[in-house]
Every structure is written in C-alpha cells, then in structure tokens.
Design a protein. Structure first.
Lengths: 155, 108
C-alpha cells in the first residue's frame, strides 16, 4: 500500500510483558486509559469505533481496521472538531507486537498524515493550534512522574 | 513547539500570522492593520520570527514577512511526542499488569 513515508511517524519500545498482556492496552477501554486519555470508547473489530478523550479540547477518533490479537492492531485516527488538519479517519496507526524473549517489542507507525503545507493552507489552522496548545498543556498531569521511562524495583 | 505555542497565545500575533499566511507583507503594511504602536508590532514580529513561524526578507531598508508553514504546525514533532510519551506510559502500565498476572498464576 503506498504511503507517504516522509510523513510517517515510527516509534518502537520494548516492554517486559507478553504480547497478549500488551495487546489488551489497545482494545480494552479501562486499560487504554491507563496510558492514553481520560475516557475511551473502543469497539475492537473492523469498522468498530476507536475514540479516546484526551482532554477537554482534544478527542482522538477513528475506526479499527485490523484486530489480530496478540500481534497486530490497526486503526484510523484523527481529532474531532470541525476544522483541523487531521480529521477523524484521515490518518492511520499501525501497531505491531513482536515477541522478544519474555517481553514484547511494540512498533507504532502513524501514516498518511497531512503535508504541513496542506495543513496550514486549510481553514482553521488557528483554531487547530489553539486546541493543540491546550492539549499539550493539559494532556495528562501524570506525565512528569513517569518521565524516567521504566519502573524501578524498590529494595 | 513550546516557542510556537507561546507565540500563538497572543491575539495580535495570531492576527499577524493570518495576514502573512498567504502572501508576503511588508512591515509597514502589517503595522497599518493594527491600532497598537509600530514598535509593538515589530516586537510581535520578532517573537514570531524567533519561534520559526514567520520568515523575514530584507530589501534595502524595507522588511517583508511571510508565514513559515513548516514552523507552525510541526505536526510531526507534536505527534512524535504524543505517541512517544504514550508508549512510555504503556510500558509502565503493561509491566505492572504482567507482574499482577504472574503473581496471580503462581500456585500457593
């Protein structure tokens, strides 16, 4: 499938948990909100809704495209709201869970994002940036306490 | 992104960005659109320029400004941070869950 590689985001992280443990964090609303958003509405089957309420000003929404536990999940993605460069369904997130010893490597690819040029010339960029500013400021007050990157065992 | 977010927090600066979004404008043309003093407009232009949201071109003593789209949205950088922080939290949450599962499945 042709994708705009120049505009894709790719991220990878190793997690010391089995793929079936990790997979649930992409399909179970209660587990989703442990890492992303305040509230989630998830119907993990092709065509089912993916909606994660991140802050008052930012709600991510799309639809599941592929749900293949515990290996792969794909959903479309965008922000709700009338004017922004990434409306719901306009971009696509692919998650692959690859077993790695007793852990899992999570590969995330966010594809089909708009060109910056298109975004800025679209209507409502000001509105979008204001939303972005609020989302960035209020996304999750718990971020800093987790900034070290992994749990440490106490002696 | 931080500088860009701070820069757009001010209404006059958002207004300037609208003015130069499509076409290049001279400093004089921009100032003519505002009731605030010319030095104030100049100060706003400096903030926008240092945030990478506008580019300046000099022609003799005149200065021209236009929006720099890639500086504004920096959508990719924002989403990289968005997902990156998310995955860090996913790691913490999934590893805690794995610990609970292992303890639960341990006999006795």
């Amino acid at each position: 499938m042709p994708v705009d590689q120049g505009n894709a985001i790719e991220q990878e992280i190793r997690i010391a948990a089995q793929p079936d443990t990790v997979f649930e964090f992409f399909v179970d609303p209660e587990k989703m909100t442990q890492w992303k958003g305040r509230q989630a509405e998830l119907d993990p089957r092709p065509g089912g809704i993916y909606r994660v309420d991140i802050s008052d000003m930012a709600v991510a929404r799309g639809e599941y495209v592929e749900v293949d536990p515990p290996n792969r999940v794909v959903f479309t993605w965008g922000w709700e709201g009338i004017s922004n460069p990434v409306p719901p369904g306009s971009s696509r997130v692919e998650i692959d869970l690859v077993p790695d010893g007793d852990g899992t490597i999570v590969r995330l690819r966010h594809l089909d994002l708009p060109e910056d040029e298109r975004a800025i010339h679209g209507q409502g960029w000001e509105h979008f940036l204001a939303r972005l500013a609020k989302a960035a400021a209020g996304e999750d007050p718990g971020v800093d306490s987790h900034a070290s990157g992994g749990p440490t065992k106490s002696a | 992104m931080e500088a860009a977010l701070r820069a757009i927090a001010e209404p006059n600066r958002r207004r300037i960005l609208e003015l130069v979004a499509e076409d290049e404008r001279s400093a004089g043309e921009i100032a003519g659109e505002f009731d605030i003093t010319r030095p104030a407009v100049s100060q706003h232009l400096t903030v926008l320029k240092s945030a990478g949201l506008v580019v300046e071109r000099r022609e003799g003593t005149r200065r021209f400004y236009r929006a720099r789209p890639e500086g504004f949205i920096d959508l990719k950088a924002f989403l990289e941070k968005f997902w990156g922080e998310g995955l860090e939290r996913l790691k913490l949450a999934a590893e805690l869950e794995e610990g609970r599962r292992r303890r639960a499945s341990r006999p006795g």
